[in-house]
Design a protein around this ligand. Structure first.
Ligand SMILES: [Zn+2]
Length: 341
């Protein structure tokens, strides 16, 4: 059995990459200054940041492959305009490609998108195509709120997004619904904005008929599906009140939750409430919560431990760790099969 972590970010990218972003932001304030270009980063700098962090933890915790994307909180879609977002996004995705090329056995790429409040999705369509067809990526992170906590964009089910979904369907890649930083002081980024967005996206899917229009579209709602599993009765009841079909056929053929839930009772609830076929192993390491749980002496985000300890069959564990991930990411399945895995 392979252990595939569907949710990892390059949160430890070399400083030079952030300095490029800093120069980009300075250029926004002073457009007369020269346009910055992405940092030159050596393979050794990348090796240093990966081998002492994500790869080290992958080995220690017993995972085989991480589906790897740029640091989500740094996507910053609300900053600058479309051009700023496009340049930053390309630099972030190109860096992920270099990690994958250095460690092809351990990482596979998922891209950030050059979203921008008020802009069309055309640039996101182009970047998804570039990342999948040229860089070999297998999915994307789609931000339902590029305004960074102000929710100025239309719901994920609006026709605004359809050209992007057409490209996702054509390329047969899923999207993880993933917001970025919050510029609204009411919402702490990882403690409130992330979980709000996960929950919000799910309710949007209930209210509309997106999956009638795109029956093959697949979304991963991270962080265990936000508040959804805990409030499953509420969502089933709302679907009924809103005269929507039962969730199993209306939403759950197309929506999957990861296991980025950082305690055993939360994971047990997720496994109890949600069909095993809708659950993908994920840890979001190195990510939102990096410390050690004083009650267990283990890292909060070492989610493999919770699945290992869960009272489900070995077959169900294999579905979560491997088979469901391969089904939702068919391009990963093809890569693995080509390697005889
Ligand atoms: Zn994440």
């Amino acid at each position: 059995m392979l252990i595939i972590d569907c949710h990892g970010h390059y949160t430890t990218a070399p400083d030079a990459h952030q300095k490029f972003r800093d120069r980009q932001l300075a250029h926004l304030k002073n457009p007369a200054s020269p346009t910055p270009t992405p940092a030159r980063i050596s393979d050794d700098e990348i090796r240093e940041t990966i081998e002492t962090n994500q790869l080290k933890l992958q080995r220690e915790r017993g995972a085989d492959i991480t589906i790897f994307s740029p640091r989500a909180s740094a996507m910053g879609h609300h900053i600058g305009g479309e051009e700023t977002s496009t340049e930053w996004t390309r630099a972030c995705n190109d860096l992920i490609k270099r990690v994958v090329d250095l460690y092809p056995e351990n990482f596979v790429g998922v891209c950030q998108l050059p979203q921008s409040p008020g802009a069309s999705v055309a640039k996101s369509v182009a970047e998804l195509e570039r990342c999948v067809t040229e860089l070999g990526f297998i999915g994307c992170n789609l931000n339902p709120d590029p305004s960074g906590g102000k929710w100025q964009t239309l719901p994920l089910t609006d026709k605004y997004w359809y050209p992007f979904y057409e490209k996702m369907a054509e390329l047969d890649v899923p999207a993880m619904v993933h917001v970025s930083a919050s510029c609204n002081p009411n919402f702490h980024a990882t403690g409130a904005h992330y979980i709000n967005a996960d929950t919000t996206a799910f309710m949007q899917f209930i209210e509309a008929d997106l999956f009638k229009d795109f029956p093959t579209l697949r979304f991963i709602i991270p962080h265990g599906g936000g508040a959804v599993p805990y409030h499953w009765g509420r969502y089933r009841g709302l679907a009924d009140m809103l005269k929507r079909p039962p969730l199993r056929e209306h939403v759950m053929k197309n929506v999957f939750f990861d296991t980025c839930v950082y305690h055993q009772p939360g994971i047990d609830l997720l496994l109890d409430v949600i069909d095993i076929d809708n659950i993908l192993f994920g840890s979001e390491m190195v990510g939102a919560v990096r410390g050690i749980d004083s009650e267990t002496g283990q890292y909060f985000d070492d989610t493999k431990r919770y699945i290992d300890a869960a009272k489900i069959s070995a077959e169900d564990k294999q579905r979560i760790f491997e088979l469901n991930v391969r089904r939702v990411f068919p391009r990963l399945d093809r890569i693995l099969k080509a390697r005889g895995q």
